[in-house]
Write a protein that binds this ligand. Structure first.
Ligand SMILES: [Zn+2]
Length: 118
């Protein structure tokens, strides 16, 4: 007759008690990256890892590189374009002027006929 109480408390798959479960410890190197704002970001890499030439600044998000005296320039951010800006891109100012003139002459005609009072 087995009581079954011996099974209770056993942990399937558990390692020997006292075993530290840690990540693999490997030698690391800390690298300094400099951004255009003068921030220094110092991630660490495994010594055998490929050190990237650029890193993102932890403080401002600008690209940073290993050259303190020559950090990468801030990326040119595309400003938000208005609808008018897109229209201007599609039409030359000459065309726009012609369109405006046409609209104005229509308006003048209508005004001359008394259709528009302003
Ligand atoms: Zn920065």
């Amino acid at each position: 007759m087995s009581s079954g109480s011996a099974i209770r408390g056993s942990r399937a798959g558990a390692g020997p008690s006292g075993e530290a479960v840690r990540g693999e410890v490997c030698p690391r190197v800390q690298v300094s990256y400099y951004c255009a704002n003068g921030h220094i970001t110092q991630p660490s890499f495994a010594v055998d890892a490929q050190i990237p030439e650029q890193w993102e600044c932890m403080k401002c998000g600008l690209p940073a590189n290993l050259d303190q005296r020559n950090p990468p320039p801030p990326p040119k951010t595309q400003p938000y374009k208005t609808h008018l800006a897109y229209v201007k891109e599609r039409r030359s100012s000459k065309e726009a002027h012609a369109i405006l003139e046409e609209a104005l002459s229509h308006l003048k005609d209508r005004r001359a006929r008394g259709e528009v009072i302003y």
